[in-house]
Design a protein around this ligand. Structure first.
Ligand code: CTP
Length: 399
């Protein structure tokens, strides 16, 4: 299933490197051409000879190797693959990647490339759970790096917990997914999701009940069809999907800025529940009860309408702009008017009255409103709505 695919496999220095030998064999069986790169530390765990023998290919080890550079420069090496896989991705290698270091062959290759990257982390459980590693992981995900594993279980060091490298079949499956060439391959789609938080003072904010589940599912469904997805999310209660570039924001104004930075895009889906108003009387320090019984008074200003701003752009307007309309009554009528008011091409209307359980729930019942008319879909899981919408977007973009 990987016939003709070229994989640059970087082995980091961890005990799990022995499992990478099996990964190389499995990739070979699938028809992939594997070019191995060993870090210095990896050579302490597996020998270049066994890696080379299993891959049936030359092993690259040194940034300053004159013969290697003459045959294939490291820049070319980093760009000649369909996918770069880092397995095992040690804590140190992840930190280097997150920081953009380029002080050995592996880190230089990873910095010098725009080829998609998949990492299979492997480390001691404490190292995995350390805030520094989790911070690096979030940075890497935000950079669009795909992650497989780690698994939970007994570790070579005798401890138990998450940190074991994913098993080779799981890594092969993740590689297949990363190389999927769907109808949206080569397309860039922007998705906004989640609520926004509008600060009152350093410890308080105004928010809404959006979980971000629908936007997350849409971003995942678009990525599954091969799109490069920029996922601009407010503080959601569900984690972002794999394989998308995550941009985290808090306020509506930050969301607008992130969206404008992410343009151009072939399509944009605005699933975020953006706060309509922000507090203009935001206090620099925590508002205290002053003992007089006087209550604080908040002043508001209207937030920018992100969807309308993008839909009405003269330059870099995405070819297809999709809005959402959260309504509690006269859903189709209000949403139809909203589509025209905001200037978007499609609007996905849903009834968010508390009785429907849609806001924060797992299902959604939507009506897709386009210039051609309104089409009501049956109530279904948010993932199913997302898959159907992603298919429609792919069809509209000619995929
Ligand atoms: N939206 C946006 N920026 C805002 C407000 C809304 O981008 N400041 C987007 C939402 O992401 C959604 C669409 O506009 O795609 C409609 O959001 P909704 O809350 O239904 O509409 P509002 O504009 O807030 O209108 P109203 O609250 O008056 O119904």
């Amino acid at each position: 299933m990987l016939a003709g695919k070229r994989i640059l496999l970087i082995l980091g220095g961890g005990i799990a490197a022995y499992k990478a030998l099996d990964l190389i064999r499995q990739l070979g069986r699938e028809g992939a051409a594997v070019t191995p790169v060993l870090t210095r530390a990896a050579e302490e765990f597996v020998t270049p000879l066994s890696v080379s023998a299993l891959a049936g290919a030359k092993v690259y080890r040194d940034l300053f190797d004159l013969t290697d550079e003459a045959e294939m420069g490291h820049i070319q090496l980093s760009r000649s693959a369909d996918l770069i896989v880092v397995a095992p991705a040690t804590a140190d290698l992840m930190a280097k990647m997150a920081q953009g270091h380029a002080n050995d062959l592996a880190s230089t290759l990873l910095l010098a490339t725009d080829t998609p990257v998949l990492i299979a982390p492997a480390m001691n459980v404490r190292m995995w759970q350390h805030p520094a590693t989790q911070r690096n992981l979030a940075t890497l995900r935000g950079d669009g790096v795909r992650v497989v594993g780690p698994d939970e279980g007994e570790m070579a060091c005798g401890e138990f917990g998450p940190g074991r490298m994913a098993e080779p079949p799981a890594i092969v499956a993740a590689i297949l997914a990363a190389l999927a060439s769907g109808p949206l391959a080569g397309r860039h789609v922007l998705v906004t999701s989640g609520p926004t938080h509008e600060p009152i003072d350093p410890v308080r904010y105004i928010a809404n009940r959006s979980s971000g589940a629908q936007g997350t599912a849409i971003a995942g469904a678009l990525a599954a069809l091969g799109a490069r997805v920029t996922f601009v999310t407010g503080p959601a209660s569900v984690p972002p999907p794999a394989g998308v570039a995550v941009v985290r924001v808090e306020t509506a104004r930050q969301m607008l800025e992130a969206v404008e930075t992410a343009l151009p895009a072939d399509a944009a889906v605005f699933a975020a529940a953006v706060a309509d108003w922000r507090v203009t009387t935001e206090a620099a320090s925590k508002i205290k009860k002053d003992g007089s019984g006087r209550l604080p008074v908040l002043d508001f200003a209207e937030n920018p309408d992100i969807l309308a701003t993008v839909a009405r752009r003269d330059t870099s307007r995405p070819g297809l702009v999709v809005g959402f309309a959260a309504e509690t009554d006269d859903v189709v009528a209000h949403a139809t008017a909203k589509r025209l008011r905001k200037g978007c091409d499609w609007i996905v209307a849903n009834d968010v009255s508390p009785a429907t359980g849609i806001m924060g729930g797992t299902e959604n019942a939507v009506t897709l409103i386009t210039a051609e008319g309104a089409e009501t879909w049956p109530r279904m899981a948010k993932e199913a709505v997302a898959a159907r919408l992603a298919d429609r977007i792919a069809a509209a973009l000619g995929g």
